[in-house]
Design a protein around this ligand. Structure first.
Ligand code: URA
Length: 245
């Protein structure tokens, strides 16, 4: 590398993974670090999207072809199935994918998802077996609330997915996720569902359901974050009781 080329690199303050200098035409071929990063991100996304369980694979391929909701299947980029351990102790249930999730085909990967990941790490849930999924598998346009008929169209997929996952405990994130598990009037203040153990019948067993706020709500109301931490600790103490039986 000659002086000019060295100067150019220093000025740009970039770390190039590979620099090829040709002595005839002085052409420098630089690999763009941003592109390398996004290649790695794509690899990580693909890894997180891998489905190993054959029964889960089967319903995923049904959902990919699903055309039950005209508005949703015409506008979706990806169906959003789930991520995490396929034999989980804990399943988190959200509402429906947003724009980031629709793009990546994975649940909770946007700003709300980052907050959820932070709680999971902070409370050591990342050392346990957990899975994240939504009530709806497709993004409602403009992030509007899912319509009742969309929820009911998606319900069989949701029920089958939970049956296969067979968790010990479920944590509902927000009223729509909760309302898909427990008969709950959506007009009731959601706070009333907290601090109680509810039950969802899965595979003939009553599985405890703990309700907490949706990460998107906490992004808008940061002073409520401690309530979610309390709810998640409550959920962990209920899980411990189950594990000790
Ligand atoms: N909100 C949800 O309820 N689910 C997601 O996957 C993303 C945002």
């Amino acid at each position: 590398m000659n002086k000019i080329e060295k100067y150019f690199l220093q000025q740009n303050q970039l770390k190039f993974s590979s620099i090829v200098c040709s002595s005839h035409n002085k052409k420098i071929i630089l690999k763009n670090p941003k592109k390398l990063e996004s290649k790695k991100e794509n690899k990580d996304i693909n890894k997180m999207k891998e489905i190993h369980n054959e029964e889960l694979k089967k319903i995923y391929s049904e959902i990919e072809k699903c055309m039950k909701c005209e508005a949703l299947c015409n506008s979706r980029l990806n169906v959003v199935f789930g991520r995490g351990d396929e034999e989980p102790d804990i399943v988190f249930v959200g509402e429906a994918p947003g724009a980031d999730e629709d793009k990546q085909g994975l649940p909770f990967v946007g700003r709300g998802g980052k907050l959820l990941d932070k709680w999971i790490e902070q409370l050591g849930i990342n050392n346990k077996k957990y899975y994240i999924m939504n009530a709806l598998k497709c993004r409602p346009p403009e992030n509007r609330d899912p319509l009742p008929e969309e929820k009911s169209n998606c319900r069989d997929y949701f029920v089958t997915q939970l049956k296969i996952l067979n968790p010990k405990i479920i944590c509902a994130l927000g009223r729509h996720g909760f309302g898909n598990l427990i008969d709950f009037d959506l007009k009731t203040p959601f706070g009333k569902a907290r601090n109680k153990v509810h039950y969802y019948n899965n595979n003939g067993k009553d599985v405890p359901v703990i309700a907490t706020y949706h990460p998107a709500y906490i992004l808008r109301n940061q002073k409520e974050e401690q309530k979610v931490i309390d709810d998640l600790n409550f959920m962990l103490s209920e899980l411990e009781k189950i594990n000790n039986v």
